[in-house]
Design a protein. Structure first.
Length: 239
């Protein structure tokens, strides 16, 4: 028998998960509460020339997805400093409707992934809000603001987030690509694969973190620059 490092209860010597607190143990498989995503596309989608504004008086057709609010509880969209903020009925603040000019996706897949993360964290005693960002139905990056039920350390948080995002992608992160800094009192770490097509970043400390995962990222330095903007844009999010 040995003691769980999270709750100090007695567990089996070979256990990989604590049957008292439900936490995965150091060195074992990381908690599967973040979504696994397919590998990035082989090439970025072709650029489509925007249409010139119509001069007719006919009302343009609007896709149904644009008529439906992304959350039933959404009552108001505020725009401040170029960042849309979702104000929910209970007065809490959700993730921005755009970050660095990239809009929040409102597809069924994006909502399903967000529900998976938020409900998964709630089930283990934590809190989370997640949103995907991109154009149309194409994912550019996703953001998860979350609070762990217990403090497990920055290194384990980074491994957990990286594992959850990269789990089924078939792509490994390059150990030489790590960039790390403390900026405005927040600790950051970003890492990418050799081809610089995927990057992951984690920022925070204690129990509170923000995770960022990018497709077609351009490398760890570019990911770190976006991570700073994400951290600033999500500072007021309510968990």
């Amino acid at each position: 028998m040995r003691k769980c490092p999270h709750c100090a209860e007695e567990i089996e010597e070979k256990a990989s998960e604590c049957n008292h607190c439900g936490r995965w143990l150091e060195g074992d498989r990381e908690p599967p509460y973040l979504p696994t995503l397919p590998p990035p596309p082989a090439a970025a989608p072709a650029y489509v020339e925007p249409r010139a504004p119509s001069t007719s008086n006919a009302r343009p057709s609007v896709p149904r997805t644009r008529r439906v609010l992304p959350l039933a509880a959404l009552t108001l969209v505020l725009v401040a400093g170029g960042v849309g903020i979702m104000l929910l009925r209970d007065g809490s603040v959700s993730l921005p409707t755009s970050i660095d000019g990239v809009p929040r996706l409102t597809t069924d897949e994006a909502r399903s992934s967000a529900d998976q993360v938020e409900n998964g964290m709630k089930a283990i005693g934590g809190k989370a809000r997640m949103a995907s960002y991109g154009y149309g139905s194409t994912l550019s990056f996703l953001v998860v603001v979350y609070q762990e039920p217990t403090e497990v350390g920055f290194d384990q948080e980074f491994r957990a987030f990286s594992f959850s995002f990269m789990g089924t992608s078939g792509v490994d992160l390059d150990p030489a690509s790590v960039v790390e800094e403390t900026y405005a009192g927040v600790h950051y770490r970003c890492q990418s694969d050799v081809e610089e097509s995927i990057s992951v970043c984690v920022m925070g400390e204690g129990r509170n973190y923000t995770g960022l995962a990018l497709l077609e990222s351009g490398g760890s330095d570019a990911a770190l620059a976006l991570a700073r903007k994400v951290q600033a844009a999500t500072a007021g999010v309510t968990l």
